[in-house]
Each structure stands twice: as structure tokens, then as C-alpha cells.
Design a protein around this ligand. Structure first.
Ligand code: HEM
Length: 461
């Protein structure tokens, strides 16, 4: 436990330990038995061969207090409730059709981002903050619809909530000592934030009338309908095996928000950091985009299909900077054998996706940023190449891949199309800080400041 309390990011500490103790390590953390998985073979055994046995999530203080007693999708234990909510999420909330229906929202929020960058007029702009502002606004509009007034308040409270979910909570290691939760003070802070979120979500729900037919939603309606409307429609329809409560609705909204914003903004920031450190990558990506777009003023989603290299840049960023470094924890339902080891029921599983994506056994020059490594290579992040699983693998794999990737690709394309980029005076690319924060998402420790010079005219709003 003392290794994990040094303030170093856990994925780095556990990578070091796994180099000494192997790809399946047993840690005794307080009262908990934890195994740390650091090889594709062991990951495959957990997320494919024994996937059902490891499909549950462990209980935690954060899950209980902040996600309405683990009734969201990400923290819900494996079972009928999780299956139902995940099905709603995949079919009703994040389907390809709905992700497409978000195109106009995405376009509008990107216009705002580009305008803000343009208004910086040659002075350094905090690109980390701007990218987070974009993914926050985008997800908030996708969640609540375009005319939501409480969005800003929700975003700032959800940010505080995410910090608490990410906090390293020693009390979770001693589940039988309930007083530990109070001693650490985290519990009372969680209760305060949860009450605030509850109030905002109640207001939001009250202001959402049922706009559409409960049984059907046309494409046009879908464009205006947010995820909250869709969830309320499913709830009103009342045809679910387990009827949805208002708390379930709130919990899922919160879930999508927490899962979707930081991860995408973090990846985009790391992509810009790597692009600044690798001028050849910047040149190649910009040439591709500017050639494909041929002086267009508006970049549409359709244009992305020809941007092969840009997609490799995103892929390589997700490899070198796996945003959710240890995926989300799983728990063994029954005792089973992984490799030559007996894993007892109730064991927690942490998969070090970050370490595998940098392991020289599977990657040439793993520490270097080289989108070319994916050229003529069919390896992707859909959960079957176990050394490269930024979205996880198996039943609990991320259901938001299409939404996340769509947001990141078009945002990066626009940043590189409309602007030329340089670092503020006195900052050298090779000296950029490459350390990440400790938390659920490995965001860059320092904010990235860049200077943008317009290259192509922005569309007039
Ligand atoms: C760069 C973007 C993203 C990355 C890297 C990412 C990564 C992940 C990872 C690693 C997991 C855990 C998988 C596992 O345990 O095997 C996860 C779960 C999840 N993600 Fe994402 N995610 C991203 C974007 C999104 C978006 C945009 C949404 C929705 C708006 C979303 C919704 C979820 C949900 C609901 C879960 C829980 C799934 C479950 O437990 O069944 N994610 N994500």
C-alpha cells in the first residue's frame, strides 16, 4: 500500500512492480485482495475467456454516494439492472443514428471553440481549458438538449464530483471499518456535492416536458432531443423489465457526462502536445487536411473519411496516453484459475492498459510517438488487440467509442486546418512537461498554452 501512497500515478508504480513480479500480481491492500494484470494474455483470460465471471464492479464509497447507490452503468454490479441500462445506452442513447443526430451540436460548439482561439489574436491561449470547455458544452447539449440554461452550473458541479470519484480513498481498502469513511472526510464532501447535483438534475428534469411520442422518435425530433429526453421517453413508455425510477435517469445522465468529457478532452490535449513535439507529424497531418479540404471554409463530418493520417494520430495518442490508465476495476464473482493462479471469489481486478500500451514486448520504440506504426496494420482499439485497449474489452467495454471518436476527430481536424500552431516564446518542445495527473483520467499535469495563427478563414457564424 505504501507504494501507492507516494503520490506517483498508480499505473506507473504498478508498471514498475509488474516488471519485478510479473504480469499477474497479487496485492493485499488493507482488507482487499487485488490482482493487477499487465499482459495481453492475462487480459484476454479475464475479459474474454472468463468475462462473465469478471463482469462485475466492486462496491465503493464514491459509487454508493455519488452514483445513486451504483445505479449508473459504469459502477453497476453485473446483473439484470446493468444489462438493461447498458442496452438502453447502446440502443437509445449512443446509437450510430443518435451520434449522427448530434452533428449540428458538435458543429456549433466547434464554431465557438474556433472563434475563441481566433480571438486570442496571437497571444498564448490555454488550449487544455478550451478543449475541456468544448467537450463539456458538447456533452451538456447532447445530454440536455440545445436550450438548456442550467448547463454551466451542472458542468462546474460535475467537475467537483469527478474530482471526488477520482480521489484515492483509503477507506475503500477497509470495508468492514465503516468509521474510516467518516474519518477521511471524503464522505461528507461527497454528500454535499451529491445534494447539489441532485438539485440541478431535479430542476432540469422538471423543465423537460415530454416533447415527443413516447413510442417513436423521428430523425428530426432526435436532432432536438437530448439524452435526458430519450431517457424520460423510455421511462414513460414503461415497457422495461425493471421500471426506471427518476434516480436511475439521473444516475445515467451523470454517468455519460463523467465518462465522456474528461476522457475526450484529455486525449485531444495530449494529441496537441505530441504534435508540438513532433513537427513532422504536424506537417503531415496539416498537409493531408488542407489538401483534402481544398480551401473549404466549413469542415463537415463527411470530410473526415479521407483523413487517414489524422485518424492514425488519434490512434497513436490513445496508445501512448491511455486516458483511463487502469480501466475501471472488476470483481471476481466466483473463484477461478487464471494461468497457473487460483483467483478467489471477491478478488478485485485492475488491468494496467497503460503499461501494456508501452511494453517493448509488443511495441517497437514504445515511448516514441509514431502514428506511422499503425500504417498497413489492422490493429485497432475495439477490444480484441489486448495490448491496445484504451476503451477496455469484454462486456464492460466503453459504449461511447463512436461518440468519443467522432468528437475528437472533427475537433483535431479543425484545429489543424484553421490554424498554424507554435509554442509561446521561451518554451522548447522537448522541454514540455509529459507528466500526468493521478485520477481516473490521466490528464496532463500542466495546462498546455499555445499560440495560434489563422491559416484558413473561419466560417461566419
Ligand atoms: C476518449 C474517449 C473515451 C475513452 C478513452 C473511454 C474509456 C473507457 C474505459 C477504459 C472504460 C472501462 C472499460 C472496461 O472496464 O473494460 C469505459 C467505460 C464506459 N464509458 Fe467510456 N471512454 C471514452 C468516452 C466515452 C464517452 C464519450 C461516453 C459516453 C458519453 C462513455 C461512456 C462510458 C460508459 C457508460 C462506461 C461504462 C461501461 C460499463 O461499465 O458497462 N465513454 N470508457
Amino acid at each position: 500500500m505504501h507504494h501507492l501512497l507516494t503520490g506517483q500515478p498508480p499505473h506507473r508504480v504498478l508498471q514498475d512492480l509488474s516488471r519485478r513480479y510479473g504480469p499477474l500480481m497479487h496485492l493485499k491492500l488493507g482488507e482487499l485482495n487485488v490482482i493487477v494484470v499487465s499482459s495481453p494474455e492475462m487480459t484476454k483470460a479475464i475479459t474474454m475467456t472468463h468475462d462473465i465471471n469478471f463482469a462485475s464492479r466492486p462496491d465503493s464509497t464514491a459509487g454508493r454516494i455519488l452514483t445513486y447507490d451504483n445505479t449508473n452503468i459504469a459502477f453497476a454490479p453485473y446483473g439484470g439492472y446493468w444489462r438493461q441500462m447498458r442496452r438502453i445506452c447502446v440502443i437509445e442513447l449512443l446509437s450510430a443514428q443518435r451520434v449522427k443526430a448530434f452533428d449540428p451540436i458538435r458543429a456549433e460548439e466547434l464554431d465557438h471553440l474556433m472563434m475563441r482561439i481566433s480571438a486570442s489574436n496571437g497571444s498564448a491561449i490555454n488550449i487544455t481549458r478550451e478543449l475541456l470547455r468544448f467537450t463539456n458544452a458538447m456533452t451538456s447539449k447532447a445530454a440536455f438538449g440545445i436550450e438548456c440554461k442550467q448547463g454551466t452550473r451542472f458542468i462546474s458541479t460535475a467537475k467537483r464530483l469527478l474530482e471526488l470519484v477520482s480521489a484515492f480513498n483509503v477507506a475503500d481498502f477497509f470495508p468492514s471499518l465503516s468509521f474510516m469513511e467518516r474519518l477521511t472526510g471524503l464522505r461528507s464532501r461527497m454528500l454535499i456535492v451529491r445534494a447539489e447535483i441532485d438539485e440541478i438534475l431535479d430542476e432540469l428534469i422538471d423543465s423537460h416536458e415530454m416533447k415527443s411520442d413516447v413510442n417513436r422518435c423521428s430523425e428530426e425530433e432526435m436532432e432536438k432531443e437530448g439524452i435526458l429526453d430519450a431517457l424520460l421517453r423510455v421511462k414513460t413508455r414503461g415497457d422495461m423489465e425493471l421500471p426506471l425510477t427518476m434516480e436511475n435517469v439521473k444516475s445515467v445522465i451523470l454517468d455519460l457526462f463523467l465518462a465522456g468529457t474528461d476522457t475526450s478532452a484529455t486525449t485531444l490535449t495530449w494529441a496537441m502536445v505530441e504534435i508540438m513535439r513532433n513537427p513532422m507529424v504536424m506537417q503531415k497531418a496539416q498537409e493531408e487536411i488542407r489538401h483534402a479540404l481544398k480551401n473549404k471554409t466549413i469542415i463537415e463530418e463527411e470530410d473526415l473519411k479521407d483523413l487517414h493520417y489524422l485518424k492514425l494520430v488519434i490512434k497513436e495518442t490513445l496508445r501512448l496516453h491511455v486516458p483511463v490508465t487502469m480501466l475501471l476495476p472488476r470483481e471476481a464473482k466466483e473463484a477461478c484459475k487464471i494461468g497457473e493462479y487460483e483467483v478467489p471469489a471477491g478478488t478485485r481486478v485492475m488491468i494496467n492498459a497503460w503499461a501494456m500500451a508501452r511494453d517493448p514486448k509488443y511495441w517497437e520504440n514504445p515511448e516514441s510517438f509514431s502514428p506511422e506504426r499503425f500504417e498497413n496494420n489492422t490493429m485497432d482499439f475495439k477490444g480484441t488487440n489486448y495490448a491496445f485497449i484504451p476503451f477496455g474489452a469484454g462486456r464492460r467495454m466503453c459504449p461511447g467509442i463512436s461518440f468519443g471518436v467522432a468528437n475528437m476527430e472533427i475537433a483535431l481536424a479543425q484545429l489543424l486546418y484553421y490554424f498554424n500552431w507554435k509554442l509561446p516564446d521561451g518554451i522548447k518542445a522537448e522541454e514540455l512537461d509529459m507528466n500526468e495527473n493521478v485520477g481516473v483520467t490521466a490528464s496532463r499535469k500542466e495546462d498546455l498554452y499555445l499560440i495560434a495563427t489563422p491559416y484558413a478563414p473561419l466560417p461566419t457564424l
